[in-house]
Design a protein around this ligand. Structure first.
Ligand code: GLU
Ligand code: ZN
Length: 293
């Protein structure tokens, strides 16, 4: 159905059901993709079994369907992608762009919390070690489609970050880049909580020599205490009843103009109207969108 080259995506982790905060990211990425007549993909980021809630992935997919957010093609599951992550890790090893590190969290804290490259020249083996990227393409700023130029913390940008964890799990930054590239994603629309890792992700694209996607970080919904809605602070799951009031609330949060008659239309026409009237500048006007971390 896509008639443009745009490919967007929503990439939830199955650590719990979707809540209002995740609906903002899902709906924002959906509307942007549909308004640009592109594809909208869904990827389940199940690379961290200890943090997974049994059944959450299926629940998330059911919730998306219930809210009328139908994706294109097959869902991609990160648990099926280990071969691709291993292949990229092997490539980085061959290029001399990674090394094993046995430093403890306590040691890194004692040098100020940013990893100092301590193990870079030690030629350690894989036993009880994490694998770190030897950072040769630090990214100090990037363009965000809503926020403009985002300048990031320089020492964070220069850090040799972990790409394969000591416990054997693949790092989020590695998996997300390998998969966004594999799926041909052209623009990433997600919550502002992911501004910070973006420079690391862009640096991976540059190490791999891959074309970088565009980025848009949407404002975060906060609870009454001013904290971000999250699974950790028990944000309530999305309603299983009529999805339209929550969609309207999400559109209002994104500062989209809602025509009163939409309140009474079907879910399908509500979403079709939201696509037809989608305005990214309106999102920008509604919020203070600090670029700093
Ligand atoms: N899986 C990540 C999360 O749920 C989001 C990944 C992304 O959008 O890049 O927080
Ligand atoms: Zn180390």
């Amino acid at each position: 159905m896509a008639i443009s080259d745009y490919i967007g995506r929503f990439a939830p982790s199955p650590s719990g059901e979707l809540h209002f905060g995740s609906l903002i990211a899902a709906l924002g990425s959906y509307l942007q993709a549909r308004a640009l007549e592109g594809k909208w993909l869904v990827r389940i980021e199940d690379i961290d079994p200890p943090r997974e809630v049994p059944g959450a992935a299926q629940t998330i997919l059911r919730q998306l369907e219930h809210y009328g957010l139908h994706w294109d093609g097959e869902v991609l599951w990160q648990s099926q992608r280990h071969e691709a992550y291993r292949e990229r890790l092997a490539w980085l090893r061959e290029q001399g762009l990674s090394y094993y590190c046995t430093c403890t969290r306590a040691r890194i804290q004692s040098v100020g919390g940013i990893y100092d490259g301590h193990c870079r020249e030690l030629h350690l083996g894989p036993q009880n070690a994490a694998l770190r990227l030897h950072q040769t393409h630090p990214v100090l700023n990037f363009h965000d489609g809503l926020r403009g130029n985002i300048v990031t913390n320089e020492s964070l940008a220069r850090e040799d970050f972990i790409i394969h964890r000591r416990d054997g799990l693949f790092a989020y930054n590695l998996a997300v880049v390998v998969d966004d590239h594999y799926q041909g994603v052209t623009e990433i629309v997600r919550g502002a909580d992911l501004i910070e890792p973006t420079v690391r992700q862009i640096s991976l694209y540059r190490h791999f020599g891959w074309a970088e996607p565009d980025y848009i970080h949407l404002p975060l919904a906060l609870n009454q205490e001013g904290a971000k809605l999250s699974k950790q602070n028990h944000a309530p799951a999305l309603s299983t009843g009529d999805p339209r009031p929550e969609i309207i609330r999400a559109l209002q949060f994104l500062n989209q103009s809602i025509v009163n008659e939409w309140q009474d239309c079907s879910l399908e026409s509500l979403l079709a109207n939201a696509v037809a009237n989608w305005s990214l500048p309106a999102v920008k006007d509604s919020q203070t969108l600090p670029g700093e971390l």
